[in-house]
Design a protein around this ligand. Sequence first.
Ligand code: ADE
Ligand code: ZN
Length: 341
Amino acid sequence: MLDERMRNILQQMPKAELHIHIEGSLEPELIFALAQRNGVSLNYATVEELRRAYAFTDLQSFLDIYYAGASVLLEEQDFYDMTAAYLARAHADNVRHAEIFFDPQTHTARGVPFETVINGIWRACQDGPVSATLIMCFLRHLSEDEAIATLEESLPFRDKFIGVGLDSSERGHPPAKFCRVYERARQLGLHLVAHAGEEGPPAYIETALDLLNVERIDHGVRCLEDPELTARLAREQVALTVCPLSNIKLRVFDRMDEHNLARLLDAGLVVTINSDDPAYFGGYMNDNFIATFEALPLGVEHARQLARNSFSAAFLEGEAKRGFLDQVDRFFQQHANTNTN
Ligand code: ADE
Ligand code: ZN
């Protein structure tokens, strides 16, 4: 068990969340409320029955339920309410800044206009209690042409998001499939990230860097299978947005004490801890920190490093980034005696 002091540090330290799919923050209670509001019928009779279906065997088994859950989102207010609920929950975990993924194709494919999606999410970010920016993800199980069409559709809203990402079914959909759309996004001055090395092989991490020019890797935990790649990630200080509870729920690792997060840190990688899809994986940011620190040989110095990494890897500039890093440093000066670890 984690001692009280360590638990307090993890809960109270300022942190940034860099890997959260906003559709994955949709709690079963809100799914049912929105289904009723919008007259959408669900395949589950009760909240409990839906929750019982959250027994995943791999990424695809999760995605099937996650896309079904998102089907209740129809109006701008629905996207607003979902995002506002996430931001309130993140604030309670002392998240000071969030870079939020959204999947427009999940909604436009159902006839929901792009502007309904982005305006609802964006407005909640403006009204929210923490700093928040948006990253638009392309669904990798769809074609590159569809991703390009989505990027074109997003252009009138270019000032409402800061980057693009790549998510959904990883195996069989390598980064190489999306070279042209990433090049176009780069020309538009957007930040670039991609999921790679969650279920897919280390080679996907390498091609995300070399062919897509991504600045961060989402997940990336399978990098340790390739020592040369690991050395490169350390040398180039490429941040990995690791999601421990997600990795257990989706069976990337069988148990938390088998998770490689401590080894990633030992290898000198810029590791961050994130929640991925908190409504589905049993926890928000602090739940992820606590579960990880309970299972692995990690102490105060690691907590400080992870909090610092979350802001140094964030797409924040100058003063804003320095201000958050100062908050972390002040917190650890005041609350933690790092010499005891
Ligand atoms: N979409 C939502 N969560 C995801 C994950 N963990 N991996 C890939 N796509 C996702
Ligand atoms: Zn993810």
